[in-house]
Write a protein that binds this ligand. Structure first.
Ligand code: NAP
Ligand code: ZN
Length: 346
């Protein structure tokens, strides 16, 4: 076994603490990765605090992993020692269901193996994530980080980047399309940059005016503070697409009303409580309410290459592991500018 040092939540109500554990020895198709950086996703907090239910402890969070290949199994063909690589939200899937066969392995019908807070395929080993110094992953679930892209800035792309890239592509954000991103946090700020690069007209919907300058600097064409309820009337029937990254519940009817006829509102933010809304605003303009989860391994590689080509990187604040708990608190206050990245190098 490989000795790993990490940082774990031992229960939903206690802070993240140093934690030693073991990784499996590499199998023939495995890549051993020395982790250098890991982003802090709001999902890490939801799960470490068991806000979605069913969390498994001890939990080493982290699914925005960037590092360097330390060793490879004998059948690995895609990677070699020294390559810069990433790992996102899942580390395996069944590989034979219709989703896996059609390039949508994030929607594996048997369920993906989550990078953490899940069980490995043996059904008993708890998967542990990137707030640690080493991880062992099958090469088919490892991503290549393009040359020249700094690893600290690459890390957040592995979840925040792909979670916005996938719906923006699926719902065809591009020239002539009015796209809104609700919530300017880790996910939202990647949405702004990617939607802009795709050629869309980009608006940020934020709960206050605080982030206006940042949003415009990142490439948003427009910024609306939803604290002023008048925007919902002024911008009625305005957007082709809204991607909602907000980690809490919103008054959905207000947001549906912002969509054009046939517009779509796509949920990516996952609040801890169910939402209630009346379908009338959907019915009256044939609007769609949809959801989207991360992206496939193939699409994640496409996104990394797209970001390299367009020189898109996240705005990050690099922190030492000792500051993880303080960073969680700042994320909870929407005071993240715009992704915390933990430096795990020794
Ligand atoms: P984050 O950095 O905390 O950003 C969320 C943003 O939502 C905040 O910065 C804030 O933006 C806004 N917000 C927060 N609380 C709000 C409230 N009560 N009312 C209105 N707006 C509020 O979180 P993140 O890492 O981007 O993740 C966002 C959500 O997506 C989380 O629920 C996470 O679990 C989920 N997620 C989903 C997927 C997926 O595949 N679907 C993947 C990763 C994460 P403003 O200050 O601009 O209002
Ligand atoms: Zn995430």
């Amino acid at each position: 076994m490989i000795q790993a040092q990490g940082f774990a939540a031992l229960s939903p109500t206690t802070p993240v603490v140093p934690f030693s554990f073991e990784r499996r020895d590499p199998r023939e198709s495995d890549v051993v990765i020395d982790i250098q950086y890991c982003g802090i996703c709001h999902s890490d907090i939801h799960q470490a605090r068991d806000e979605w239910g069913g969390s498994i402890f001890p939990m080493v969070p982290g699914h925005e992993i960037a590092g360097i290949v330390r060793a490879v199994g004998p059948k690995v063909t895609k990677y070699k020692v020294g390559d810069q690589v990433g790992v996102g939200c899942f580390v395996d899937s069944c590989r034979h269901c219709s989703s896996c066969q059609s390039g949508l392995n994030q929607y594996c019908l048997e369920g993906v193996t989550l990078t953490y807070n899940g069980y490995e395929k043996d059904g008993k080993t708890i998967s542990q994530g990137g707030y640690s110094n080493v991880i062992v992953v099958d090469e088919n679930y490892v991503l290549r980080i393009p040359n020249g892209m700094p690893l600290d800035k690459a890390a957040p792309l592995l979840c925040a980047g792909i979670t916005l890239y996938s719906p923006l592509r699926h719902w065809k954000a591009g020239p002539g399309k009015k796209v809104a991103i609700a919530g300017l946090g880790g996910l939202g700020h990647m949405g702004v940059k990617i939607a802009r690069a795709l050629g869309a007209d980009v608006t940020v919907l934020s709960q206050s005016d605080r982030k206006r300058e940042d949003a415009l600097r990142m490439g948003a064409h427009h910024f609306l503070s939803t604290r002023d309820k008048k925007v919902f009337a002024e911008y009625a029937n305005h957007f082709d697409l809204i991607v909602n990254t907000v980690s809490a519940g919103l008054e959905m009817g207000d947001y549906f009303g912002l969509l054009k006829v046939d517009g779509a509102l796509v949920a990516v933010g996952m609040p801890d409580q169910p939402l209630t809304f009346h379908p009338a605003p959907l019915i009256s303009k044939r609007r769609t309410y949809a959801g989207s989860m991360i992206g496939s391994i193939g699409e994640t590689q496409e996104m990394l290459d797209f970001c390299a080509q367009h020189e898109i990187t996240p705005d990050i604040e690099v922190i030492p592991p000792a500051n993880i708990n303080a960073a969680f608190e700042r994320v909870m206050k929407s005071d993240v500018r715009y992704r915390f990245v933990i430096d795990l190098r020794k």
